[in-house]
Write a protein that binds this ligand. Structure first.
Ligand code: PMP
Length: 424
């Protein structure tokens, strides 16, 4: 709420502006942050954010000189830090320099871009793909450009922030349906489809907070019946699901062409930075020539494209990595359940939450595990509802059963300890 301006407040543009509106420390975001910091200080907790890793973060990591078991990075197939992937980055840097120094449409296009996009399109078995410099920007730009005010975007209530921001930017009408509930989507479409021109349904291949997945065949059937487009964000499912790690489509045996827009990031399995859209030629051409976040942004640096291409090639050659990731994730899930932990709806593929029911409890246990050499991120309100605050464990194919057992034993022991009274 606005505060009344004091009589001696300076006049701006003929009207008085309350002084606090000119300061950042009165910004609602900063005020919320300050409250959170104060709460953590009272509980005697260190800031769980922005921890400084000294080197590559995989199944283990070094943070400020100390070794940790690491469950907080999405280096799912262990390709970040792989010497072959590093070598590809070095070679590209030597050959192309550190920046392509322009938008790709102007003079930023390099052969490595087409090689990466061709390999992504080939992995999906679709016409083409286009790679953006950020995964977040991929969703913002794609949704923001493809849809407009006469259109409707229907999305799972748990889709990533980037899809929500893209939907807002588009000016389309936006409606959420209950998580992983195709019947709720069907119902919304039955009621609203006739009033709109284009309709886009957005789901994820694997939900990053819960580690569960949508029933793709049902979504395909529904989108067909209502003549809508279906977009699947595979940020966390590509490299993880399916016999060869090819994602949600491979997991269900659904042909790639049954999904209109495949989206993914380069920052998880593919050990880089950026995002992609894969699909039919008219879709990819439209984005390549017209989507603002691609057109008006610099091209992906070659030393970022090359390691992702290398990681993708290695993933195809070494399907045992994806198999091992699923095996160790499943082991984590089974062992957590055996110890009575609440893992929600996780299917045991790369992401397993342990739901704790309150933000202070999640932050406190993350802090205590960290002191014992285990790095796992607490997920606190407002990222999730307070009652489902959790520790979120990311697995990698390089984790061992012994590491998982050690971690779960430590967690269970800490959970059994009496809760300390807040300090301060
Ligand atoms: N989509 C999903 C589902 C994500 O989880 C994320 C980020 N983790 C993104 C998109 C954005 O990708 P990036 O971090 O590569 O920008």
């Amino acid at each position: 709420a606005r505060q009344a301006a004091s009589p001696d407040a300076p006049q701006a543009g003929g009207g008085a502006v309350a002084e606090h509106l000119t300061r950042f420390d009165s910004h609602p975001g900063y005020q919320q942050l300050s409250l959170m910091r104060e709460g953590a200080r009272r509980l005697g907790l260190s800031d769980p954010f922005f921890k400084r890793h000294d080197g590559n973060a995989g199944a283990t990591t070094v943070i400020e000189g100390r070794d940790y078991l690491n469950f907080a990075s999405y280096n799912y197939l262990g390709f970040s830090g792989d010497p072959r992937v590093n070598q590809a980055a070095r070679e590209a840097l030597e050959r192309y320099g550190s920046s392509v120094s322009a938008s790709r449409i102007v003079s930023g296009e390099r052969p490595i871009h087409a090689e990466l996009e061709g390999a992504i399109a080939e992995a999906y078995g679709v016409d083409d793909a286009v790679a953006f410099v950020s995964g977040h920007a991929t969703n913002v730009s794609t949704l923001g450009y493809l849809l407009g005010p006469r259109d409707l975007i229907l999305h799972d209530e748990y889709v990533h922030n980037s899809a929500l921001v893209g939907a807002q930017l588009s000016g389309a009408r936006r409606m959420a349906f209950a998580h992983n509930d195709p019947a709720a989507l069907d119902d919304l479409l039955r009621r609203h489809r006739p009033q709109f021109e284009r309709v886009l349904i957005v789901i994820e291949g694997l939900y990053s907070m819960d580690g569960d997945l949508p029933e793709l065949p049902r979504f395909v059937e529904i989108k067909r019946r209502h003549q809508a487009w279906l977009m699947v964000d595979e940020a966390h499912s590509f490299g993880v699901l399916g016999e060869h790690g090819l994602g949600l489509g491979e997991h269900y045996g659904v042909p790639s062409h049954d999904v209109d827009i495949w989206m993914g990031t380069l920052s998880k399995t593919l050990a880089g930075c950026g995002g992609y859209i894969a699909g039919c030629q008219p879709l990819v051409d439209t984005l390549r020539y017209l989507a603002p976040g691609f057109l008006y942004s610099v091209g992906m640096p070659a030393q970022v494209a090359a390691p992702s291409l290398k990681a993708l090639q290695l993933m195809r050659q070494e399907p045992q990595r994806a198999r091992r990731l699923r095996e160790i994730s499943r082991y984590f899930l089974d062992q957590a359940r055996r110890r009575g932990l609440d893992t929600g709806h996780s299917i045991g593929a790369a992401v397993v939450p342990v739901i704790l029911g309150s933000s202070p409890r999640a932050a406190g246990l993350s802090h205590a595990l960290f002191e014992r050499g285990i790095n796992v991120q607490p997920i606190l309100h407002p990222a999730v509802p307070e009652k489902s605050a959790r520790l979120r464990f990311f697995l990698s194919c390089d984790h061992s059963e012994a590491q998982v057992d050690h971690t779960l034993d430590a967690l269970v022991a800490l959970m059994a300890e009496p809760v300390e009274a807040p300090r301060g």
